[in-house]
Each structure stands twice: as C-alpha cells, then as structure tokens.
Design a binder for this molecule. Structure first.
Ligand code: SF4
Ligand code: SF4
Length: 290
C-alpha cells in the first residue's frame, strides 16, 4: 500500500455579484492542482456551506445586495487569509454599471413578492465590510496572477506599469491629431498605441498581466488598476497624469481627450483609479496589492 496521502491546504472561492470570469481564469491555471484542494466554488464545487477548515478564501464579485454582505461577513470568520480578486471585488466592476433607478425599482418590487435579496444603492467593494490580506486586481486576473497570489505573493515579479511589459516603442516624432477609436485604423505592431492615436492607459496601470491586450493591438483600459505611484493618491492626480502623457505624446485636443476618458468603454475600469482613494472602506496599502 502507498504511504499516507499527503495533506494539502484547502481553499474556497466565495462568489458575490460578478460575472464568474475570475473563476474561469482560476480554472485555466493548473499549477495549484497538487498544492491546494478547492473545496468550495459554486460554479464547479458546490456544498451548502463553506467548510470551516479552509486556509485561504478568495472573494470574487462585489457587494450588490444584502445577501452578498451577509455571506461575506460570515465567510471571513472561517479563515485567516483573505484575498480579494478581480475588479468587482475591489471596485465594484461590471455590477456597478447596473446602478440604475429603473432596475432598482423592478428588483425591489420583485423582492417584495418573492423575498429576493434587497438590492443596495450601488456595488460596494468588499473592503467596505471586511479586512483584506491581499488584493489581486484584474478583469479577470490572469492565471499567472492567480498562481502568484495563491502560491508565492512575495516572490511574484511584475513590472511597475503595463508599458514595461508591453514591448511597444514610444516615439517622440509621431503625434496623432485625434483619437483613433477602438477597433479602428491600421496598426503598426511595434509602435506604442498612444503614438497611433489609441487611448491606452498603460502608463499608469499596474503591471503583472504581461500586457496581453496591447501586445494584441488593443489599448490597455486599466483593468489592473493604479500602479503603486497612484494607489494612495486622489483620483485627480491620476487624471492629470494621464492627460500629461497625451499632451506630451499627441496633438489631440484636450476636450476630445477628456470626453474619451469619460466614455462608456472606459468607465467600467477607470473608476478603479478613483476608488482607491478615500471612501468608507479600509486604506489599501500598496504592499497588499499584487
Ligand atoms: S502606452 Fe500602451 S501601447 Fe504604449 S507602451 Fe504603454 S502599454 Fe504599450
Ligand atoms: S493590458 Fe491593461 S486591460 Fe489588458 S489585462 Fe493588462 S491591465 Fe488589463
């Protein structure tokens, strides 16, 4: 008979209001299979309650209703190490875009009839309710980032900003007059997308994703959130910085740039750059962000 089975630590994934993209990314990583046992994640491993012998709890999704808040506060009592993963858990994410009065009215009237959870006025980041040991931003975080968070957060190596992982060259003498727009125009595969008129915010976005979007020709929309230089600053500091980048690298009129920075395409992620400062939740130290 083989020796006794090796005991490996258990972890759980608490899914609050989100899209399950984080869970799919976690399942696309494989290095944790023989190092951790996944014991709870409703997408694929379903038990009625989170077991009380887990060592790590990952939280995906934000707090959109009172049931999310209840499940979150209950779950963190079971575990010492809590990791908030993805834009929704850290800043509200896609569920924040549903903050519409009409939706709320419909939901609340249904709630009266069917005892559904009560919708909150907005999606709250999880650290408005509980202490977090590690933040793993991204929409979703890549499999490699999940591995870093689970297996070796101290040893995970990442560039400070996406530009340093992108590999495109910035040019001083190539200044577009207007924003090219998403999915438009011919692309040079080696030149910085800002030089080509795309609204790429990689200059102030946290590295670690290895720049899959910009390498493929899509501007970085900032899903990894602010780099360390901006984490503990007011949102206006980030806005001024990104404006300066475009003033230096392009001839795009400031009104056109400002309108584009507030466009629906970017709004889902860019509020991360403001949510890091102030608000009713715990201070996020850069030492806690992977
Ligand atoms: S601004 Fe965007 S395209 Fe340009 S180097 Fe940085 S990440 Fe790459
Ligand atoms: S390149 Fe930008 S948008 Fe794409 S994964 Fe990285 S941080 Fe997110």
């Amino acid at each position: 008979m083989e020796g006794a089975l090796k005991k490996i630590p258990k972890f759980a994934v608490l899914q609050l209001s989100g899209c399950a993209g984080c869970e799919v990314s976690l399942l696309n990583a494989s290095e944790w299979y023989d190092k951790y046992e996944l014991v709870y994640m409703p997408l694929v491993v379903s038990t009625h309650h989170i077991p009380d012998d887990i060592e790590v709890l990952l939280i995906s999704g934000g707090v959109r209703n009172d049931e999310d808040a209840y499940k979150l506060q209950r779950a963190v009592k079971l575990v010492d190490r809590v990791i908030a993963v993805g834009t929704c858990a850290i800043s509200g994410g896609v569920t924040n875009l549903g903050d519409r009065d009409d939706v709320r009215e419909i939901f609340l009237s249904q709630a009266k009839r069917a005892h559904l959870p009560q919708l909150l006025s907005k999606t709250h980041p999880v650290d408005a309710y509980v202490d977090i040991d590690l933040y793993l931003p991204g929409c979703p975080p890549t499999p490699e980032l999940f591995m870093g968070a689970l297996l070796d957060p101290q040893g995970f190596k990442a560039a400070s900003i996406v530009c340093a992982e992108c590999g495109r060259r910035k040019l001083n003498d190539m200044k577009p007059d207007h924003i090219t727009g998403f999915q438009k125009g011919d692309l040079d595969p080696d030149i910085c997308l800002v030089n080509q008129g795309f609204l790429c915010v990689g200059t102030s976005t946290r590295g670690g994703c290895r720049a899959p979007c910009t390498r493929a020709g899509h501007p970085c929309v900032g899903c990894r959130g602010p780099s360390n230089a901006f984490i503990e600053k007011e949102s206006g500091v980030w806005m001024e910085s990104i404006q300066r980048v475009f003033e230096r690298m392009t001839n795009i009129p400031s009104e056109e740039l400002n309108e584009a920075l507030r466009s629906p395409q970017l709004s889902m992620f860019l509020f991360q750059f403001s949510d890091y400062a102030g608000g009713n939740r715990r201070i996020r130290s850069k030492d806690k962000v992977l």
